[in-house]
Design a binder for this molecule. Structure first.
Ligand code: HEM
Length: 129
């Protein structure tokens, strides 16, 4: 009987047809950014460790920063961290039952996008240009 009801569950395999509300998009991007930061951590730690070995290696890595591809990767990482950080604070507040009703949750999603994108643009300006 239980097997029958599992088989009858509706399925939607057309992911492109799913229209997520803003908090849903925020949630997906929080996961994507978290995984992105996680995967880049070994590279970042290696760059940091190697760059402080000597003034020459520091200069080499500083020069590499001027490369457009490196800038693009760093720009993505800065966005990922800002989004993950701001959305993370929102999730911690939700975990404490702050702003869990639908209007507040929608409003806080807008705030997270606004703050994280502003911080991203400011950090791009300060660190990359
Ligand atoms: C090195 C930095 C970080 C990495 C690599 C990282 C990575 C991740 C990953 C992979 C997840 C699981 C996402 C999912 O399965 O949906 C996660 C969840 C989470 N992260 Fe981070 N994170 C980092 C920094 C932070 C910071 C600074 C905060 C705080 C502002 C934070 C707050 C959270 C929260 C609250 C969750 C759970 C979200 C939920 O309830 O679904 N993270 N993180």
């Amino acid at each position: 009987m239980a097997e029958m009801s599992i088989k009858k569950r509706p399925k939607n395999l057309d992911i492109a047809s799913i229209k997520l509300p803003l908090p849903g998009k925020l949630s997906i991007l929080h996961r994507v950014s978290g995984v992105g930061i996680f995967l880049m951590l070994p590279l970042l730690l290696w760059i940091f460790q190697a760059s402080v070995t000597s003034p020459e290696t520091f200069a080499t890595f500083q020069a590499a920063l001027g490369h457009p591809v490196v800038k693009l990767i760093l720009a993505g990482l800065i966005w990922a961290y800002m989004h993950h950080f701001c959305a993370g604070i929102r999730y911690l507040l939700l975990d404490m039952h702050v702003g869990v009703d639908l209007p507040s949750a929608r409003q806080s999603a807008v705030i997270v996008f606004a703050v994280s994108l502003t911080l991203t643009v400011v950090l791009w300006g300060v660190l990359l240009w």
